[in-house]
Design a protein around this ligand. Sequence first.
Ligand code: NAD
Length: 296
Amino acid sequence: MTAKILDGKALSRQLRAELAAQVAALRAGGIVPGLGVLLVGDNPASRAYVTAKEKACGELGMHSSEVRLPASASRGEILRVVSEFNRDPRVHGILVQLPLPDGSMEQEVLETVDPAKDVDGFHPVNVGRAVLGLPAFLPCTPHGILQMLRRAGIPVAGAHAVVIGRSHIVGRPLANLLSQKGEAGNATVTLCHTATRDLAQHTRHADIVIAAAGRPNTVRADMIREGAVVVDVGMNRVADSSAPRGYRLVGDVAFDEVREKASWITPVPGGVGPMTITMLLFNTVAAARGGPAGSL
Ligand code: NAD
């Protein structure tokens, strides 16, 4: 079996066209959905993500305002920018690009974001509401993955889903959402991590494998069963002297061998990544319309 491609780029185009219509309607009523972006330091990957997100906002007719602070910025300076975004009526959603140079500040900064503008879905209020199945801004990567599965008509209810990785931004919320009762969930979920004894023993029984480990080749062909759906969240830079930048992006899945066994697979790049940005736009438009659009 050769897997069909879960094309995040194509699906993003479709979703962004739907969002553009909502933005146009809001603008006609005098509201321009706005994203406030805070970038601290000059991590090249963070810069690239921020640029991509701002470009996507512009393409949809949304407004974005960026504040850049040096890596040496104090806690007070960072919190002040977030508070200004909280008060600014032109800013409906706030994006604090992570990681911050000083990781120890991250939680306090995220908790300073007004939950009503927390379009990344990282504030404990939104995390808690999402866990309870209440309307909440859902974190963009897990939300994007659920959208991909749903729009491709891949059955999740009753499926055994194995999630590899337990981070607060991907693995853990994804496992939670997949297991919730409701249209987009109802899966039986196994959450694997670095202390999992035999990863392959779990993945081999999965209908859906979602890899968010941040390590190339975490999922090999002999670890999945014939016909499984494989979603690759990983974005790893590996040195490649033939590539223009000296590196190329690979996921966590050994794509060439796994695609011969899976029924569906996401490519890297062009899979989960574009969906993550699209769901940030989705949440920002929802914030401009008055609040989270509810779970899927
Ligand atoms: P993280 O480093 O915070 O978490 C990785 C998790 O994987 C940890 O919980 C760890 O326990 C687990 N893990 C690592 N190696 C493992 C192994 N061999 N077996 C089982 N579990 C293992 O990373 P993260 O922020 O969740 O991101 C994961 C990957 O996804 C990274 O490559 C990141 O760049 C990528 N990412 C992509 C997007 C996107 O939009 N495509 C968004 C967020 C993260």
